[in-house]
Ligand binder design. Structure first.
Ligand code: ZN
Length: 176
């Protein structure tokens, strides 16, 4: 297993335009997807985008599961999204805390307002198109990862910086 370093904000990868995948048998793509999955687990993340590990394709992965920071009501299996496009955003919004493996290695949490339901269209690892309706945490993770692919980091969208907290305080707040 190769564990990739998590690139941190300020790294030029976050300003580079990512490429659409055209060849689904490309060995660089297959290696990237494997590295995304491995790195997602080792860093206890629920989502990870290609540019966070230095990849250059429009790809991200999600898996909503129990981690150090999350104990989701509705777990969701590992999914790979290639050339993703969010095709629907609900008008109903929700404010909730986010952290990011690329922002101080998940040591900072702050609230972000996002649509609580979305619909995404993407291709899977075989190049087959799928659409997925998501709500709650999965919808939030998907919007966060698509933002990464578009060179937008969550810290640009924080709704109230006075509510920001350290990962330790955030975890404590979940227990209370
Ligand atoms: Zn992130």
């Amino acid at each position: 297993m190769i564990i990739k370093d998590l690139k941190q904000i300020g790294d030029p990868h976050f300003k580079q335009k990512l490429n659409l995948v055209k060849d689904f048998s490309d060995s660089e793509l297959l290696g990237l997807v494997k590295d995304l999955k491995d790195t997602l687990y080792i860093h206890e993340l629920v989502g990870l985008a290609a540019n966070q590990i230095g990849g250059s394709f429009r790809v991200f992965v999600t898996e909503v599961r129990k981690t150090k920071f999350r104990n989701p009501l509705k777990p969701d299996p590992l999914r790979v999204y290639i050339n993703p496009e969010i095709i629907y955003y609900s008008e109903e919004m929700e404010e909730s805390y986010e952290g990011c493996g690329s922002v101080a290695y998940s040591k900072l949490f702050a609230p972000v307002i996002r649509s609580n339901k979305i619909e995404i269209c993407a291709k899977n690892i075989n190049g087959k198109e799928f659409t997925l309706e998501a709500e709650g945490l999965l919808a939030r993770v998907i919007q966060h990862e698509v933002d990464h692919l578009n060179n937008i980091e969550f810290i640009e969208k924080v709704s109230d910086w006075s509510k920001a907290m350290s990962s330790e305080e955030y975890r404590r707040s979940l227990l209370s």
